[in-house]
Design a protein around this ligand. Structure first.
Ligand code: RUG
Length: 821
């Protein structure tokens, strides 16, 4: 139990909140009101630790990490915070005494879904690990009024429903009006002469007030509470008659509108750059506010801005926060009057960049016209950075136009954010070993050749505290019973489980837990989707964002193939299997949305066909999000990680499945490579082309899916079913686009861009191995336990320690709470 926690005080605090916030007694309260009352009581406990942590940071004058990210996919806070203050049994008891069930109360909390997928969830796991390890850090982001949309499935189609997560207020946040900061857009740059020096001033601009809201990030059992600071926008001049009189009416209205729209909504694109002006406004908005605040905070305690980097590090989570580079330059040049060289040295010693993708469609390239109009002074600085860099390229590679073309920051009418991020910082990292190698040898080869010392790998990780301790309590208790609780803060200790993989009784216990978790998921799906699942069937799961490169299409094509086999031979000997899908598609991504429709259409046909004796079931779980993900991982037997090799930078879902004892069915892509290395290829099912093969085909051509279509009857039959109305009798043409994407060069640059048909036979073969293996329950249980036991490397605690050692150079801080008098 946490030092600051006292059961009686806590109970009183819940009752007090109920009375003061809702004017109710406990027996009149709804579960939602109870959730709020408990959440405020938890915040009460946390707040002392939060204050103590920041006091300690100030006292020790620590170096601080600012993790700059457009996305933080936090998931619910209440359950996690109760676990972190180590008061779960007590809070559960108190609630029972008051007639409530903690699970039901936790379910009242909206998922703060300020992120799309892996990138935002990684940021959330990192914050958890930073606090648990005791490192001084802020997460800096945007307080989107609407987070990731809620997904409804109607008639098999995805519908997007706004996520009004702040509707009832959010108990854990604190508004910090005292740190509000002005952010300027547009206008023009004027030059003024001051003391014989040229100074640049932005004039005629519009501005908004960035107002921070702080959320506590509670370390596990160590009294450390860090901060996620998300910025809201407010109009600076609220509309007034005064301004009307002065003729500023138009401007006042515009500023009001700007503030309203800027934080309105999270762009729901994962791994895709849409080039929208509002998105660039969002980026500059939260970056300018965060960087200004970081400089101000530093200057409150120090007098020499030249040493800023000794106390501050900015980690850029992908290119989205890259304007931090020219923004810091602007502050140093214009506000502190530093020379270019001084400012550049400080900036490049402060910033570091993480690359999360090689997908070219995700590369941010802003048109100069837009960039310079919105951020005139920032653009001037970017131009100067570019001019100096081009000079350096020319010196190093005289006459080499190719280098200039590839490496310039401003080129061909565009500002290339990745190039700016690489040049503007001291570190560039990929997120899994394979991914970093591809960056060095392919995508960023020219930069690697010029500045090899910047490049490093940091294989992603996940927090075991959310994805095992909180998400899978039965397995967590079992693990603790076997090996003690060290794994909670030291996941590699989980390796001690390996010996239990040999013990038949332990195997049985493990499978019983898996079964109970499958029942829990079945209950969830029944309640939320109205579909019955058979927990005795094998649960084969693919949950992640919907994207062509992730190849949900290959999965469903294989289900169609399997169904044909069963129709040909109803006595086919196969283990009953439930294929579960969960995925949101970006609202504008037509083919992804059509794939969701296809999955649901196939589900409709198969689930209603009694002739196959329930051997296959297909289920699309609506609204995949962090809170139901925890339930899904715990219940999975098979983890589908089937991206086209080279395309998934790392993946982190793969790690969450492994930690929960699912076996990976996957390609040699992203972190799958390292997962297989840890657990052994014999305890996973690997198939498909290697990344080298994929890259070779991409560079040299030579893949013709038509050949597969012509020569493989089974595949041809499946593809024909896409266009003969087999799954869409009302509209046989419905899936034509998917058919075309696989076979018809006209519909995309290259038919079957993601090598789905090419990998399908090898995938089907791997699926047959899965089927065979599952029949041997003892073997399966052993392999599953070994997966759990081998997951130690994939804790985000390890990832954070590596960032600290190689990039951030932070010191651990201990926080002691003063005993209350
Ligand atoms: O697609 C990548 C995942 O492979 C990776 O695990 C995750 C965290 O590093 O980031 C995902 N990602 C990449 N999300 N957006 C991007 C590009 O902006």
């Amino acid at each position: 139990m946490s030092m600051g926690f006292d059961k009686e005080t806590f109970k009183k605090s819940v009752l007090f909140n109920m009375k003061n916030v809702f004017r109710k007694t406990v027996d009149e309260a709804t579960p939602e009101q109870m959730y709020q009352a408990v959440a405020y009581a938890v915040k009460d406990v946390i707040i002392d630790e939060w204050i103590a942590t920041h006091k300690e940071y100030e006292k020790q004058d620590v170096k601080t990490l600012y993790y700059l990210s457009m996305e933080f996919l936090m998931g619910r806070a209440l359950g996690n915070n109760i676990i972190s203050i180590m008061a779960q049994p007590e809070v559960k008891e108190i609630l029972e005494e008051l007639g409530f069930d903690l699970n039901v109360i936790e379910d009242q909390e909206p998922d703060p879904a300020l992120g799309n997928g892996g990138l935002g969830r990684l940021a959330a796991c990192f914050l958890d690990s930073l606090a648990t390890l005791g490192y001084p850090a802020y997460g800096c982001g945007i307080r989107y009024r609407y987070g990731m949309f809620k997904q409804k499935i109607e008639g098999g189609y995805q519908l997007e429903v706004p996520d009004d997560w702040l509707k009832n207020g959010y108990p854990f946040e604190l508004r910090r009006a005292e740190y509000a900061t002005e952010v300027k857009f547009g206008g023009y740059v004027n030059t003024v002469w001051e003391n014989g020096k040229e100074r640049f001033v932005q004039e005629g601009y519009q501005s908004v007030l960035a107002v921070p809201y702080d959320m506590p990030i509670v370390g596990y059992g160590n009294n450390v509470v860090n901060t996620l600071r998300i910025w809201d926008a407010q109009a600076i001049n609220t509309f007034s008659l005064d301004s009307f009189d002065r003729g500023d009416y138009q401007k006042a209205v515009e500023q009001e509108n700007l503030a309203k729209t800027i934080v309105e909504v999270l762009y729901p694109n994962d791994n895709h750059y849409a080039g929208k002006e509002l998105r660039l406004k969002q980026q500059y908005f939260f970056i300018s506010a965060s960087v200004q605040r970081a400089v101000m905070k530093y200057m409150e305690k120090h007098d020499d801005i030249h040493k800023f980097y000794e106390k501050t590090v900015f980690q850029l989570n992908d290119t989205h926060p890259t304007v931090a580079v020219p923004e810091l330059m602007r502050i140093l040049l214009d506000d502190y009057g530093l020379s270019w060289d001084e400012a550049w040295e400080i900036t490049t010693k402060t910033c570091a960049y993480t690359n999360h993708t090689i997908m070219s469609e995700a590369l941010e390239k802003w048109p100069i016209e837009l960039f310079s109009r919105l951020l005139p002074r920032i653009y001037q600085i970017v131009e100067e950075i570019n001019r100096r860099f081009q000079q350096k390229i020319t010196e190093m590679y005289p006459g080499n136009q190719d280098k200039l073309r590839k490496m310039s920051i401003v080129y061909d009418g565009q500002v290339r954010m990745a190039n700016l991020a690489i040049l503007g910082g001291f570190s560039v990292n990929g997120v899994a070993r394979l991914h970093t190698e591809i960056l060095k040898n392919q995508e960023l080869k020219d930069f690697y050749q010029m500045m090899p010392e910047k490049f490093n790998n940091k294989t992603n990780g996940i927090t075991q505290r959310r994805f095992l301790l909180h998400g899978n309590p039965l397995l967590a208790q079992w693990v603790t019973k076997k090996i003690g609780s060290d794994w909670i803060t030291n996941l590699p200790h989980i390796h001690r489980l390996a010996i239990y993989a040999e013990d038949p009784r332990c195997r049985q216990e493990f499978m019983d837990i898996k079964y109970q978790n499958k029942v829990r998921l079945a209950d969830y799906v029944k309640e939320h989707n109205g579909i019955e699942l058979d927990p005795r069937s094998m649960f084969d799961v693919q949950v992640k964002r919907l994207h062509e490169y992730k190849r949900q299409l290959m999965n469903i094509l294989h289900v169609m193939y399997l169904y044909n086999q069963l129709k040909d031979n109803p006595n086919l000997d196969m283990v009953p299997r439930t294929f579960l899908f969960g995925a949101k598609a970006a609202a504008g991504y037509k083919r992804a949305k059509l794939t969701i429709k296809l999955i649901n259409a196939v589900a409709d046909v198969i689930n209603n066909d009694r002739s196959i004796g329930g051997k296959i079931k297909v289920v699309f779980i609506e609204d995949y999000k962090v809170s139901n993900a925890e339930i899904i991982f715990a219940a999975a037997d098979v983890s589908e990680q089937i991206s086209t090799a080279s395309k998934e930078a790392s993946g982190t879902g793969n790690m969450k499945f492994m930690l929960n004892g699912a076996l990976t069915l996957g390609t040699m892509d992203g972190a799958n490579v390292e997962i297989v290395e840890e657990v052994g290829a014999e305890n996973a099912f690997i198939f498909g082309m290697s990344s080298d093969e994929v890259i070779r085909y991409e560079n040299e051509g030579g893949y013709n899916p038509m050949e597969i279509f012509n020569n493989n009857f089974e595949i041809r039959r499946v593809l024909m079913q896409l266009i003969n109305g087999y799954y869409s009798p009302q509209d046989p043409e419905l899936f034509r686009d998917i058919y075309n994407s696989l076979l018809n060069t006209k519909s995309s640059d290259r038919a079957d861009t993601y090598f789905i048909l090419r990998d399908l036979p090898s995938y089907a073969e791997a699926q047959r191995r899965v089927d065979q293996a599952y029949r041997d329950e003892a073997w399966w249980a052993k392999a599953a336990i070994l997966n759990v036991a081998s997951s130690g490397k994939f804790t985000s605690d390890r990832t954070i320690e590596e960032y600290v050692k190689d990039i951030w150079h932070l010191e651990k801080v201990k926080v002691e709470l003063e005993e209350e008098a």
